[in-house]
Design a protein around this ligand. Structure first.
Ligand SMILES: [Fe+2]
Length: 298
């Protein structure tokens, strides 16, 4: 049987007494229950292969197919196999990316607070990062508990937020790190249209409500630009204050997974002249947060 050691009372837990390369159905059931109850799970000393990581992730649902128009090499070659995102500063041959490489720029956007794939109509349920190569200082991943952030808002404020819908756009965060707008062809733009998402989510397993925010948000429907921006910035500042945030410092062979429905996360800066390599498997949510027929495409 797995062991569950809370790192915080209700948000983050370390899972032990388990071998992710040989996971039984009973152990997975306990892990999934912990995932629903907490939101971030940490496993140490799990040197799993790409295949084993994919197999573990797939137990949580359908693997997200990622369209990464800028994260591909000219010849389509990748450092890691298909099915996972390459969260590293290395090219397809394992060499450090040059400073001007678009892949580096794209990864920089991970340093803004976000939840994975909220720029897709059907966003991510779960993400799982495994660490193959780490840096000794910096490069931590921080998680914000969006349920706790919601709970801490006064009731009259909560009431005003329920029912609001935000527009999320993949390119907002990418343009913020300096991606050249001219480099985005209409075809690439069309692959990632902006999408509507509810601002307040209810977790299907626990019934707990949470704020659903990301650096991908461009506007709030029904508000003028400044009002919407102020609201998103203010809620983001509220949700990412220290009391709601946990920082994970990486060790090689760590596996960390998180619930994108009720958390935000961000990567912290590190010395980019040092290699750092991780892989992310992402599982889609069961459906869109805004039914496709009830809200126009943004
Ligand atoms: Fe992310």
């Amino acid at each position: 049987m797995i062991s569950i050691k809370p790192a915080t009372p209700t948000f983050v837990a370390e899972i032990g007494d388990v071998d992710l390369a040989r996971l039984t159905d009973a152990d997975f059931a306990d892990i999934e229950a912990a995932f629903e109850r907490y939101a971030v799970l940490i496993f140490h000393n799990q040197p799993i292969t790409e295949e084993q990581q994919l197999a573990f992730a797939r137990r949580f649902g359908e693997l997200e197919v990622s369209v990464q128009p800028f994260v591909q090499t000219p010849g389509g070659k990748r450092r890691i196999g298909d099915g996972m995102q390459d969260i590293s500063n290395l090219d397809e041959n394992g060499k450090l990316l040059s400073e001007s490489d678009n892949r580096r720029l794209i990864n920089l956007a991970n340093q803004f607070w976000h939840t994975d794939s909220s720029f897709k109509r059907r966003p991510a349920r779960m993400s799982m990062l495994t660490a193959q190569s780490v840096v000794s200082t910096g490069g931590e991943t921080e998680f914000a508990d969006m349920r706790a952030a919601w709970d801490a808002l006064p009731a009259d404020r909560q009431q005003k937020l329920e029912g609001l819908i935000a527009e999320h756009d993949y390119y907002r965060s990418r343009l913020m790190v300096g991606l050249d707008p001219k480099s985005i062809s209409p075809e690439r733009r069309a692959l990632r249209p902006a999408v509507p998402q509810v601002l307040v989510r209810t977790h299907p397993a626990t019934g707990r409500k949470s704020l659903y925010l990301a650096s991908h948000i461009t506007r709030i429907f029904g508000m003028d630009a400044a009002e919407g921006r102020n609201l998103v910035d203010e809620l983001t500042a509220h949700a990412t204050q220290r009391a709601f945030v946990y920082q994970h410092r990486w060790t090689v062979d760590d596996v960390v997974l998180w619930d994108n429905r009720c958390t935000m996360h961000r990567g912290r800066p590190f010395d980019e002249s040092l290699p750092r390599a991780m892989r992310r498997a992402t599982i889609s949510d069961v459906g869109p947060t805004v039914p496709e027929d009830s809200h126009p495409a943004a």
